[in-house]
Design a binder for this molecule. Structure first.
Ligand SMILES: C[S@@+](CC[C@H](N)C(=O)[O-])C[C@H]1O[C@@H](n2cnc3c(N)ncnc32)[C@H](O)[C@@H]1O
Length: 449
């Protein structure tokens, strides 16, 4: 396909020319060889229609980019995975470093970038190491393209993502998370990304260099990157904004991940960051301030939440009631024992609220094999769970007594997977409290008699 047509559809791969030129400017020889082979120039890669890169902007970008490049590699190596998936790989020479270490390298990017990157990068790699290096054109939002590109890999994958999430909107970043989760579930491994806290890292690098002018320089840099990618940069739910309540923004980004079955560990940058050549381009005081600021920045090591997590519920047990809980695949699995009545239902609700605050839940599955009795108080807790679970509440192993209670109160419609009816039965009872009172009274009168 004509490169010009590909560029008009999605010019974002031009941002990778900007970054490889910056890496070359830090003294990285292989990046310089690639930049030369692609005839990249300062004017073409650093300036844009709207702005010219200032020296302070350029120094910040070099330090930021070199830190990202070297630290991501250091974290990827530390994972011990023997296959690296560089998504998106852009034009950087990472393939060479990893192949030299005997690690299989998969460089994935848009077809337009791969068409130019693959020959330039392969030309740097020794003949005997080439079998370890693979390039493939993909769209990161297209799961099948990723699955096909990685079908011949062996063992767990370390997927690195640098400079991608800021170009995606929420739906694209959601699709990427689902795809990565699918890959990690199928192959094992982890996803290392610098992107969620990239704005912080830029700010923390720029601030010692630009002093009071840092907000102005930051805005200029953003508009330049936007020009090159032709999208509004940095708006997705996984990019943590330093504006407003940053801690809350971070929590929301983590929640977004959890909603896609992923969880992140923050890898503090300063703990993994090797020597950075381009820090020599600023004063020693500025370099030291930047190094100190890197204690506050992190890359995220992301893994799936597939494993079941047992939840401690010992403090909520009593003589007549016990509950075991674990969370797996966004489902809360409960095992109830004894009676759930007015005395014990608060414990069940407290446990549910505690778990709900910590995990994303889509469904609740309740094993009632050892549940002897459930009163209206217990049924109200089921109703609360149903309201908070988009995929419903499922009960199994119900004994005859409990089955009769559920049938009398209309809750039997949730049995054996017929969950969807629960909503309507319960809505009715909610809008008509007297009806609810009536059905529960009938049950109590019956039991009392
Ligand atoms: C800023 S560059 C980063 C490249 C490389 N990681 C680096 O640090 O130089 C952004 C890259 O994202 C790639 N990209 C954008 N949208 C993509 C998509 N939907 N699927 C795969 N790659 C994409 C672009 O082609 C470009 O190479």
């Amino acid at each position: 396909m004509d490169q010009n047509i590909l560029e008009r559809v999605n010019p974002v791969f031009n941002t990778a020319k900007m970054t490889v030129f910056q890496l070359a400017s830090t003294g990285e020889k292989d990046a310089a060889a690639i930049a030369e082979r692609l005839n990249l120039t300062f004017e073409e890669t650093q300036n844009s229609a709207s702005s010219k890169a200032s020296p302070e902007q350029m120094n910040t970008s070099l330090i930021m980019l070199e830190t990202r490049w070297r630290t991501s590699s250091a974290i990827a190596l530390q994972t011990g995975c023997k296959t690296l998936v560089d998504l998106p790989c852009g034009y950087t020479p990472r393939a060479k470093d990893f192949a030299q270490k005997g690690i299989a390298y998969y460089g994935l990017d848009l077809p337009a970038a791969i068409a130019e990157a693959e020959p330039a990068i392969l030309s740097l790699i020794d003949e005997d190491q080439r079998p370890l290096v693979h390039f493939c054109g993909v769209d990161a939002t297209n799961g099948e393209s990723l699955r096909a590109a990685l079908k011949d890999t062996e063992g767990p994958l370390c997927i690195t993502t640098e400079g991608l999430l800021m170009y995606f909107n929420d739906s694209e970043v959601g699709a990427l998370c689902d795809n990565i989760r699918m890959l990690l579930s199928e192959h094992g491994g982890c996803w290392v990304t610098s992107d969620p806290e990239t704005t912080f890292q830029y700010l923390m690098t720029l601030q010692p260099i630009a002093g009071d002018r840092f907000m102005e320089v930051m805005a200029k840099n953003k508009s330049m990157v936007q020009d090159k990618s032709d999208v509004s940069v940095g708006k997705s739910a996984l990019i943590v904004s330093p504006r407003g309540d940053a801690a809350e923004n971070m929590k929301n980004a983590m929640k977004f991940l959890a909603a896609h079955g992923l969880k992140a560990e923050r890898m503090i940058l300063s703990e993994y960051m090797p020597d950075i050549n381009s820090l020599s381009k600023v004063t020693p005081e500025q370099a030291e301030a930047i190094r100190q600021n890197m204690h506050k920045c992190a890359y995220w090591k992301i893994t799936t939440m597939d494993k079941s997590v047992a939840v401690d519920s010992a403090d909520l047990s009593s003589e007549s009631f016990d509950v075991q809980a674990n969370v797996a695949n966004e489902t809360l699995n409960l095992s109830l024992k004894g009676r759930v009545d007015t005395l014990t239902a608060p414990n069940l609700l407290a446990l549910y609220e505690r778990i709900k605050a910590e995990y994303t839940l889509r469904a609740v599955a309740i094993d009632c094999g050892e549940l002897a009795y459930i009163s209206s108080a217990g049924l109200r807790v089921l109703l609360i769970m149903k309201k908070g679970s988009p995929d419903g509440v499922r009960l199994t192993g119900i004994n005859a007594t409990v089955r009769e209670i559920l049938a009398q109160t209309g809750f039997d419609s949730i049995l054996d997977g017929a969950v969807s009816l629960l909503g309507s039965v319960i809505e009715k009872t909610l809008v008509k409290p007297t009806f609810l009172y009536y059905i529960f009274s009938v049950k109590f009168i019956k039991e009392g008699s």
